[in-house]
Design a protein around this ligand. Structure first.
Ligand SMILES: *Cc1c(COP(=O)(O)O)cnc(C)c1O
Ligand SMILES: [Zn+2]
Length: 390
């Protein structure tokens, strides 16, 4: 399948075989539209991994090299938070081969990189994406360099190097780390396996929406709660829902409730002030290292996607992240602080809706308590495992 990348600013097309990661105009690259199919009877007979949706993934029908790379990622459980609140569903995306949802994107991206002829990849990450890229790249027989901020949890760094990647710890901000990876990519014949810039990563994360649709018996919930830093799950879930809509499998989009951390919330600020692009912020410190992105490159697309679903972007209060982590653990779900922040942001927003003190600017996502026994469905992802955090 000879798919082209297309610049989101000037429309210029590029062949992914050139390993290009950005348009010469500086614009972000997207994948051009391609024909997808959703043969549901076949899908339901396949094994419970994201590859069951292969006709909706950007590969030739005969392509099967993914079979030597896959670790069975995807089709994670969708579970009630607790029996008394059947509308609040948790999608356990930390039950993945490398313990975070990033395996969705990395499996598809590395399979594609192999098809394009890559033998050496590099990526920058706050931890989980780098771990995931490292694991799949090693499985695909590729050399791999991962750049992480010096402040990344020691356990994540250990996990990345255990997968055979060379880890570069970079002083300074997350943005300094990205700059270090980019300059290495510019110097050599390296495939930039970036979860932020490479459009193929989002082709993997879109399966998040397909799975929920299947698990809810051919439906999507009223609300999808999603953490947002660089937006790989927000945009993936958005693309996935859009595809379900265009295939006629659903007749409305779920509304998105995107969650940032109070200490680093450029998208929430842009949303509130009705901007189309986020202004970079200074990270004032957050427990949610996985969403601490001060200057997200795809901010325009993220903001447009959230608005298109009639959704909102909120912040999780720093002071409630640890207690949210304990609350989830008491129900049996041990997650990393970034994931606890997603839940904390949801609770904060629900309380805000129910207090009646909402500004009238946005129609509230919850008019009644989502924990009530007869509430509409809301799906919250648990994206990263608790044992990843120091
Ligand atoms: C990467 C990650 C996020 C945020 O994803 P973005 O693509 O940056 O929006 C949230 N939670 C966990 C556990 C992550 O690893
Ligand atoms: Zn361009």
């Amino acid at each position: 399948m000879d798919l082209q990348f297309e610049c989101s600013d000037c429309g210029k097309k590029y062949d992914p075989k050139t390993f290009v990661w950005r348009c010469e105009c500086g614009g972000l690259l997207d994948l051009e539209a391609f024909k997808i199919e959703f043969p549901i009877e076949n899908i339901q007979q396949r094994s419970a991994t994201l590859w069951r949706y292969k006709e909706a993934l950007p590969f030739d029908p005969e392509y099967n090299a993914w079979q030597s790379i896959t670790m069975g990622e995807g089709f994670t459980p969708l579970i009630q938070f607790r029996a008394e609140s059947p509308g609040v569903l948790l999608k356990l995306d930390y039950i993945m081969p490398t313990l975070s949802f990033k395996d969705r994107g990395a499996a598809v991206l590395i399979a594609k990189a192999q098809e394009l002829g890559a033998t050496k990849v590099a990526a920058d990450s706050s931890g989980n994406a780098g771990t995931s890229i490292a694991a799949y790249a090693n499985r695909a027989g590729m050399a791999c360099d991962i750049y992480v901020p010096e402040s990344t949890s020691a356990k994540k760094i250990k996990q990345i190097s255990a997968h055979g990647a060379k880890v570069h710890t970079i002083p300074g901000s997350r943005e300094d780390t990205a700059a270090a990876a980019k300059s290495a990519v510019e110097k050599g014949d390296v495939f930039y396996a970036s979860h932020v810039y490479n459009p193929f990563f989002y082709q993997g994360t879109k399966t998040y929406a397909f799975e929920i649709w299947e698990q809810l018996g051919g439906n999507v919930p009223e609300v999808l709660v999603i953490p947002v830093g660089n937006g790989t799950l927000v945009l993936g879930a958005y693309y996935g829902c859009k595809e379900l809509l265009s295939l006629g499998l659903i007749n409305r989009m779920p509304r998105f409730l995107a969650v940032q951390a109070e200490g680093c919330a450029p998208l929430a600020h842009a949303f509130e002030s009705e901007k189309e692009v986020a202004e970079p912020v200074v990270n004032t410190g957050t427990e949610a290292e996985g969403i601490a992105i001060a200057d997200p490159p795809r901010s325009r697309q993220i903001l447009a996607a959230i608005r298109d679903t009639n959704g909102v972007i909120v912040t999780a209060p720093e002071k409630s992240i640890q207690s949210a982590r304990l609350e989830l653990a008491k129900q049996g779900f041990f997650v990393e602080p970034t994931t606890a922040a997603t839940y904390a942001g949801f609770i904060e927003y629900v309380n805000h809706c129910l207090s009646g003190k909402m500004s009238s600017k946005h129609e509230p996502l919850f008019k009644s308590n989502p924990f009530a026994s007869d509430a509409e469905k809301v799906v919250i992802p648990l994206c990263g495992a608790g044992l990843k955090a120091d």
